[in-house]
Design a protein around this ligand. Structure first.
Ligand code: SF4
Ligand code: FES
Length: 252
């Protein structure tokens, strides 16, 4: 069990308030189980959960393991469980949580590297497996000699799915991923739909073959949790259903 402690800092301005930030600590190299460290952290109404964690790292314990980069909901690095729900730490304001206690834990369904940082290898491998690029049987697309124009209606078919930042929150929320570690997952299935639905793409058959598996598209039982947590407005659950339409021949 990791050490549990409580550390306070002072309120820094007349408008600041204090919360208790509970950070899950676990180092697989020497801990048998995880535990929480508690810190009293001051925040303003615009302070994000990531900023509070970085405040702890700067002033109290630099060893807290957390991954982040862009701090603007773009890179997909800072996903974690915040008060029980998968969220981006840089996109979640403490004031919006309406709680005096904020608990941060690593994402579910991912192996833990340390504390809040998890391994993304499987997410990226699976994403790569569904061939996340336009496939064509001509060479014009590579020579840049021709434009491949699309109508607004054709773009509308896939554009929301192109907003995926590969944060993994959908996979973390998925109850099927929790019971089947071989399940391809909502992130990759939504991306399979994104390319299959693109009128410029000719790789539908090869992608559908990859996901036509007992751990593939048929393993999803449509809990819909993935779509509830996506920070970019992607609806993986809908993408999976539309993809099934291609599998069953209702769409072409
Ligand atoms: S679909 Fe949404 S939640 Fe899932 S990886 Fe992409 S951006 Fe993150
Ligand atoms: S730090 Fe990039 S998405 Fe949060």
């Amino acid at each position: 069990m990791a050490q549990v402690s409580s550390i306070s800092n002072e309120q820094t301005s007349p408008t600041s308030k204090l919360i208790t930030l509970r950070i899950s600590r676990f180092n697989p190299e020497h801990d048998e189980s995880s535990g929480f460290m508690e810190f009293s952290v001051s925040y303003e109404k615009w302070t994000t959960v990531l900023e509070a964690i970085l405040d702890v790292k700067k002033h109290h314990d630099h060893s807290v393991g957390v991954r982040y980069s862009c701090r603007q909901a773009t890179c997909g690095s800072c996903g974690m469980i915040i008060n029980g729900k998968p969220r981006l730490a840089c996109f979640t304001k403490i004031s919006e949580l309406n709680s005096d206690v904020v608990t941060v834990e690593p994402m579910n369904n991912f192996p833990i590297i340390r504390d809040l940082a998890v391994k993304f290898e499987k997410l990226f491998d699976t994403h790569q497996k569904i061939k996340p690029y336009l496939i064509r049987d001509d060479t014009e697309i590579e020579s840049n000699e021709k434009e491949f124009l699309q109508s607004p209606e054709e773009v509308e078919q896939y554009i929301q799915f192109a907003n995926c930042i590969k944060c993994g929150l959908c996979n973390s929320a998925c109850p099927t991923m929790a019971t089947d570690s071989s399940f391809v997952g909502p992130q990759a299935l939504a991306q399979a739909y994104r390319y299959v639905a693109d009128s410029r793409d000719k790789g539908k058959d090869s992608r559908l073959k990859i996901i036509d598996d007992s751990h593939g598209i048929w393993r999803c039982h449509f809990a819909g949790s993935c779509s509830q947590v996506c920070p970019k407005g992607v609806d993986p659950a809908m993408g999976i259903q539309l993809l099934r339409g291609y599998m069953l021949g209702f769409r072409s």
